[in-house]
Design a binder for this molecule. Sequence first.
Ligand code: BTN
Length: 267
Amino acid sequence: MANLLSQEAIEKALSTRWLGRRVYYYPVVGSTNDILKELATRGEPAGTLLLADFQWKGRGRLGRRWQAPPGTALLFSLLFQPGWPGHKVSWLSMVGGLAIVEAIFQLTTLKAYLKWPNDIVLKREGRWHKVGGILLDGEFSDGELQNAILGIGINVNMSREELPDVSMPVTSLLIESGKSISRLELLRLLLQQLEIYYESAVAGVSPHLAWESLLITRGQAVQVSDPKSGLTIAGIAEGTDEWGRLLVRDDKGKVHPISAGDVTLRS
Ligand code: BTN
């Protein structure tokens, strides 16, 4: 039987000042992002945390599904109301990625990296394996980001048999560390880091350089496809701009700033 969480246990575990101090816990939901988006329209405050032990309609980027057996993953969403202009929304994913990498390291000493734009990856036997992902849903009013829902999914205690069957190699913290990991402690560390990174971004400190330094995609030969438009661009990922767009130089020397898509590293 999976080890399920509870609202009391979450409230007791957290060590943040304001982030996650209002908690909604559900054993089962469709998608934590969808429910929190709904709650946000009814006036929930910034910092609200919604966590579930199982999602039957968990969403990934680009319309994909996000699956994990009950009680094996950390699945949650956070509400932010930064009032930033639209182009700055990527800073939220950046601070999320930085906090996840830091929390994983503090708890397990595993060194995670980021695959553009929002995958959390670990290297094993020369191959990158996805251990988590971020899904950012934003609501704008007059060009300003009002309610932003930062959804985070991390494969924590999934055995090999429990990993989803997806196109990219995937893994869990249990598989990589050989130890069962406390999801509550991971949540505590992650929110603690995120509160710090977010406050610093609000104070005007760009998370871009720290985030870019963790990107495995940087300097690589890549192929980026946008499943929505069907367009594919091949070239060298020279870096990212302040707003997280991937800068890919094609073989004619033209640099394409890419906001969304799927990256394949070409060898
Ligand atoms: C991706 O890598 O494609 C993003 C995955 C994001 C998954 C999380 S799990 C919690 C939150 N609720 C969702 O429906 N999705 C995000």
